[in-house]
Design a protein around this ligand. Structure first.
Ligand SMILES: C[S@@+](CC[C@H](N)C(=O)[O-])C[C@H]1O[C@@H](n2cnc3c(N)ncnc32)[C@H](O)[C@@H]1O
Length: 204
């Protein structure tokens, strides 16, 4: 796995995302707003940060960012884009930050640890306010994911649809339509059967 991401590190976000800034800004909003709202000055830890595309939009919300990744090449890219920010090399299922974190989040990476329930317990051990991650419910059905969160001690869970395409450009005028669809109740549930992700916030 690490070798794969070492190879992908050069230009990772530009290749992975049709519109890297817009995608990261929308995800930052969901990290802040899903579950208990984050406040300026709070700390956030990006688990599997890649090249740290989330650092800038979360700083724009006044949050104090740090990142963790198992790939040294990804961390080199992250540091080059964000001089002065703290990054650590390590595995998300093992790393413990030097101090408790207000919010930990894990984007497109939560499925990497072999023991999901143990990973959730581990994150719960150092997270003060909430843990946020995203997943495709067609690949990881939401019911068992939520069961594992509750078993890890997270009593509250909020799930929110996220439909902004990762790899296809959406014209600016269409973005409000995509956002409206995310709030579409039963329509959003129907769309999720074929498309999109869920953002999940869990807290005690
Ligand atoms: C699909 S990329 C996502 C990067 C970033 N979170 C984003 O959304 O753009 C997965 C990242 O997680 C890292 N990763 C995968 N498994 C990991 C693990 N067990 N511990 C730490 N990092 C891991 C990879 O090196 C890679 O940078």
């Amino acid at each position: 796995m690490v070798e794969k991401y070492d190879r992908l590190a050069d230009g990772f976000s530009e290749i992975e995302y049709a519109d890297p800034s817009r995608y990261a800004e929308r995800r930052a909003t969901l990290i802040v707003e899903t579950g208990p709202r984050l406040r300026p000055g709070e700390t956030v830890l990006d688990l599997g940060c890649g090249d740290a595309i989330m650092a800038r939009p979360l700083a724009a919300h006044g949050l104090r960012y740090s990142g963790l990744d198992a790939s040294e090449r990804m961390l080199e890219a992250a540091r080059a884009c964000n001089p002065g920010l703290p990054f650590a090399l390590g595995r998300i299922e093992e790393y413990v930050p030097p101090e408790p974190i207000d919010a930990a989040f894990c984007l497109r990476t939560f499925y990497q640890p072999a023991d999901r329930a143990a990973f959730f317990r581990h994150v719960a051990g150092y997270t003060r306010r909430k843990f946020v991650f995203d997943f495709r419910p067609r690949t990881h059905p939401a019911g068992p994911v939520v069961d594992d969160l509750r078993a890890a001690g997270f009593r509250h869970v909020e799930l929110r649809p996220f439909f902004l395409p990762q790899r296809r450009h959406v014209p600016g005028a269409a973005v409000p339509l995509v956002t409206a669809l995310e709030h579409g109740g039963p329509v959003a549930s129907l769309v999720l059967r074929r498309y999109g992700r869920l953002f999940c916030a869990a807290w005690r």
